[in-house]
Ligand binder design. Structure first.
Ligand code: 16G
Ligand code: MG
Length: 569
């Protein structure tokens, strides 16, 4: 195998695979060579790129790896084909582990090596990997069955990528189920359902119908006797979330029936170029404005999903015509308020440890609100869903959200058992226990799910009888500024303390700390992006002017330390 073979420790396979299998792998990948000079990497969200730059080669190798992973875990593995909020011509692929979580980090290296393997060496690489992962002194797991499930978003490159994927699965004799179009969180849900059926941890029925029914039933239970005021306009980024939300609506009671009035916009999946164009969660969050297509009036509730429906942000225009964003930080605090209140009413405050997980990008005012007003612990982790997810799993009820709108709430086995087995002593306690129990079902615990998060936010607003203004006024965001700085080599920017401090280049953090100390409520950090060739600087302070000045000065520090070395030495 060319390139980095270091992941494979065994130079010679202990187990030789049948020649017919090796021939099938080579034959299957023949139509999908790596275009000249292409290099691929399994990043924070899997492989993602322009679909025509050899992505079918990559997808084929992901199919091979999924089969090996399924044998290793003796469970069904998921594959999702999507490029989320990226432009229509991009696509991507990621693997989902048996409990519906992201691929274990130690396997990302295997994925990268296999994706960068040339067609000529593919069968050999597969054999190496089988020996590396499925063979030890006492066990040979390669004869286990491999079962895979997969889905895709609405991009035009999807069908040809699915063809490459099936070719790989057929070559290695895996069994599979093609779900067709799904949102990313729906695929995560399916994987967990398949792997937990007939166990005490059964997650639900592994069908779309099962997904909608579970959510709709939970919604009805929590809503009992409450009223959602007005409608909510949901911008679906012209992605797969549009038709899926339309489908869910059929299962939900209408506003007249005590349910919800969801006005779906930007759900055109027939015009490929419309995907994520001038709409969607990423547009709203980064541009800090409503999509031009939004016709919502003052104080009307709006939300935007991203292209694969795993992120959601809320917003409205206030009475003065000012755009107001309620991002992931706000959804997290809203959820935490509700769950803490219900836990208290259920008499379970002492038994259930509730906590919030954020990244350094969370607004300082939200952190202060959670710690000082809600009196709940906050844990900060590096950017990337997997970090937040793992930290949240350490609480009985762990609420995690990135400011960009990706997040969910995890209930530990202990929490689920305690909530479901506590006998209520009065109607108030019964209502609280029922609400907590239904929250467990309403929230997609496998991964951030825009549709489920939206319904949960709607329910909480109804419970509290809060308007958008009320929600916004729970705390006042500190003014903040995000700057993107291009540097010679971003890899020299290394951080510690959940990305809040630079350890390299030497001397840079001292300068940043000195700058921050000049500002009231100042906070700033710089970290290398994991998805772009740049360093990101975040700054917040008491006033808008100060936040902007601090961001500019810290960006200057980054530019100085990140400049190319002087060629004259
Ligand atoms: C990826 C992450 C997202 C994170 C973003 C940061 C996942 C599934 N996605 O999209 O959570 O916010 O990267 O991008 O983990 P950055 O490193 O360029 O700032
Ligand atoms: Mg997404």
């Amino acid at each position: 195998m060319s390139g980095s073979t270091s992941v494979f420790n065994q130079p010679k396979p202990v187990v030789k695979l049948e020649q017919a299998l090796l021939d099938a792998i080579n034959a299957g990948i023949a139509p999908y060579p790596i275009p000249d000079g292409r290099k691929y990497g399994y990043g924070t969200a899997g492989f993602r790129m322009k679909a025509n730059l050899g992505l079918n080669h990559v997808v084929y190798t992901v199919g091979l790896l999924a089969a090996i992973r399924a044998k290793k875990r003796n469970a069904t593995i998921g594959i999702m084909i999507t490029a989320s909020h990226n432009p229509a011509e991009d696509n991507g692929v990621k693997l989902v582990d048996p409990m519906g979580d992201m691929l274990e980090q130690s396997w990302e290296g295997y994925a990268t090596v296999l994706a960068n393997t040339s067609n000529e060496e593919m069968a050999q690489a597969y054999e190496h990997l089988v020996n590396e992962t499925l063979v030890d002194e006492i066990r040979q797991l390669q004869d286990r069955p491999a079962n895979i499930v997969f889905g895709r978003d609405t991009r035009t490159s999807g069908p040809s990528l699915i063809k490459a994927l099936k070719a790989a699965l057929d070559a290695v004799g895996a069994t599979y189920h093609d779900y067709g179009y799904l949102t990313t969180p729906q695929l995560h849900y399916m994987v967990r359902c398949v792997n937990t059926q007939n166990t005490p941890y059964a997650f639900g029925e592994a069908t779309e119908d099962g997904y909608y029914k579970k959510m709709a039933n939970a919604f009805k239970t929590i809503m009992y006797g409450r009223k959602i005021h007005g409608s909510v306009t949901a911008d679906c980024a012209n992605g797969v979330g549009g038709p899926k939300l339309q489908e869910l609506i059929k299962y939900l009671p209408t506003a007249a029936e005590g349910g919800i009035d969801i006005k779906v916009i930007n759900d055109d999946v027939l015009k490929p170029e419309a995907l994520n164009f001038d709409c969607g969660a990423d547009y709203v969050k980064t541009k800090q404005k409503a999509p031009p297509s939004s016709k919502a009036g003052p104080n009307e509730r709006c939300c935007s999903l991203d292209g694969d429906a795993d992120r959601v942000v809320y917003y409205f225009t206030d009475s003065n015509g000012v755009f107001r964003l309620l991002d992931g930080d706000r959804i997290a605090t809203l959820g935490a308020v509700f769950l803490a209140e219900m836990a208290e009413k259920a008499g379970l405050s002492d038994k259930l440890k509730i906590g919030l997980v954020q990244t350094a990008y969370a607004n300082g005012a939200s952190t202060e609100y959670v710690e000082k007003v809600l009196k709940l612990p906050v844990v900060v982790t590096p950017t990337g869903v997997k970090h937040l997810h793992h930290a949240a799993a350490r609480f009985d009820i762990g609420v995690y959200f990135e400011a960009n709108g990706h997040g969910t709430i995890l209930f530990s086995d202990n929490a689920t058992k305690t909530i479901r087995e506590t006998q209520p002593k009065n109607p108030g306690q019964k209502h609280a226990l029922d609400s907590l129990s239904a929250s467990i079902d309403l929230i997609n615990q496998t991964v951030g799910d825009a549709i489920s998060d939206m319904l949960f936010a709607e329910v909480v607003l109804a419970h509290k009888a809060w308007t958008m203004e009320n929600w916004l006024n729970t705390y006042i965001d500190l003014p903040n500024r995000l700057v993107r700085v291009e540097v010679h080599d971003r890899s020299i920017f290394k951080t510690e303390d959940a990305e809040r401090k630079l350890v390299s280049p030497k001397g840079a953090q001292e300068e940043i700390t000195r700058l921050v100390s000049n500002y009231t409520k100042g906070r700033s950090f710089a970290r290398a992006s994991g998805t772009e060739d740049a360093v990101r600087v975040y700054a917040e302070a008491y006033s808008k002017h100060e936040a902007e000045a601090l961001a500019k000065h810290v960006a200057d520090v980054v530019k100085k330390f990140g400049a190319a070395p002087d060629p004259r030495g």
